[in-house]
Design a protein around this ligand. Structure first.
Ligand code: OSB
Ligand code: MG
Length: 368
């Protein structure tokens, strides 16, 4: 675990963060390494998982199940954790490390292992709530100037219609979306309908974090496509959301859905129905972001996601080279083995605050 300061505070409808507590997972076997990231936050605001629940669940249940005997592949990995309910971020973060290790063992990239087809993916940026509209306009100008292909603005009651109106007047043609992080209820339907005037690409998660039905009701009333984030906890929720017409777009976060296996299932569900899909973010360090880039290289990811340059988040990232966005707003998908970047070992070692190790039989050998 380590803490990285954000270059500027990030505010959503559920709170404001100044730094990110990063939880990394590392697997070692046969002289190989695999790295992943567990994207849970410090408090149960985006989802119920926290750094504390992750440590507990990995220590007591996931590590012993995974290390009982050698793993025989991704299916075996998924099966070992099958008996346990919930805790998708903990589950996913460990699976990322295993996928990275498998890719390295096979001399391929994680992107390739997953079936990725793109060499480059379009960058997008998610901009937090500010105190003044002018401050948000400065940031929109900056990222539009850098070539970012989609701007997402966080909204909440009192920071919505006027903000979107200002952004749209300033940039009539950009791909603009909003994300409410569950800040509204169906009673706000008439208010949300006002957003239809601005040609938004989508409105992300307007209603409760686990709702499908009210979103379907809202989608019937508004013309802006609804995109679900929090509500899509896995492949079943994705299928049901599309059947109910709760949304027309899906945001996929590998952590939120519990790993690459459900992520690939959701990818297939969207692709077979022609539903636009994009890769969300959780203010990850470079390791988590590298995995997001890998998944976003799959063919069904048809919209720019929340994948931005390292420097949009942190003064210094823990990978080399850092994630860069080129002048045309694209991010390169690395071809090297595993997640495709080097780890800045000295910086990572200096920044790391706690480490917990487990042996092959699943015993905890040290906490420091
Ligand atoms: O709702 O997409 C979200 C960050 C933390 C938690 C939830 C969300 C976000 C973002 C930022 O929007 C995405 C990113 O750039 O990593
Ligand atoms: Mg979101």
């Amino acid at each position: 675990m380590l803490r990285l300061d954000l270059v500027e505070p990030f505010e959503t409808s559920f709170g404001r963060v100044l730094s990110r507590l990063i939880i990394l997972s590392k697997l070692e076997a046969d002289g190989l390494e695999g790295w992943g990231e567990i994207v849970a936050g410090e408090a149960p605001l985006y989802s119920y998982e926290t750094a504390g629940t992750v440590v507990h669940v990995v220590r007591k249940f996931f590590a012993p199940a995974l290390l009982r005997e050698p793993l025989r592949g991704l299916d075996d990995f998924v099966e070992r954790l099958n008996p346990f309910r919930g805790h998708p971020m903990a589950r996913a973060g460990l699976e990322l490390a295993y996928a990275d290790m498998l890719a390295r063992a096979g001399g391929v990239s994680v992107a390739k292992l997953l079936g990725g087809v793109r060499d480059r993916i379009p960058a997008g940026v998610s901009l937090g709530i500010q105190t003044e509209i002018a401050e948000l306009m400065d940031r929109i100008d900056r990222y539009v100037g850098l070539g970012y292909q989609r701007i997402k603005v966080k909204i909440k009651p009192g920071w919505d219609v006027a903000v979107v109106d200002a952004a749209r007047r300033r940039h009539p043609d950009i791909r603009l979306s909003v994300d409410a992080n569950a800040a509204y209820s169906l009673a706000d339907k008439d208010h949300l309908k006002k957003l239809d005037a601005f040609g938004l690409l989508m409105i992300e998660q307007p209603l409760e974090h686990d709702d499908l039905l009210d979103h379907a009701r809202l989608q019937r009333e508004i013309s802006t496509p609804i995109c679900l984030d929090e509500s899509i906890g896995g492949a079943r929720a994705a299928r049901q959301a599309l059947e109910l017409e709760s949304c027309r777009v899906i945001n996929l976060k590998v952590g939120r859905v519990g790993g690459y296996s459900p992520a690939l299932a959701i990818h297939e569900i969207c692709r077979s129905r022609g539903v636009p899909l994009w890769c969300g973010g959780m203010l990850e360090s470079g390791i988590g972001r590298a995995h997001n880039i890998a998944v976003a290289s799959l063919p069904g990811f048809t919209l720019p996601g929340d994948i931005s340059a390292s420097r949009r988040y942190f003064a210094r990232d823990i990978i080399v080279p850092e994630v860069e966005v080129d002048g045309s707003g694209m991010v390169e998908v690395p071809k090297g083995p595993g997640f495709g970047f080097e780890i800045d070992r000295d910086y990572l070692a200096a920044a790391t605050e706690t480490v917990e190790r487990f042996t092959l039989r699943g015993e905890r050998v040290s906490v420091s």
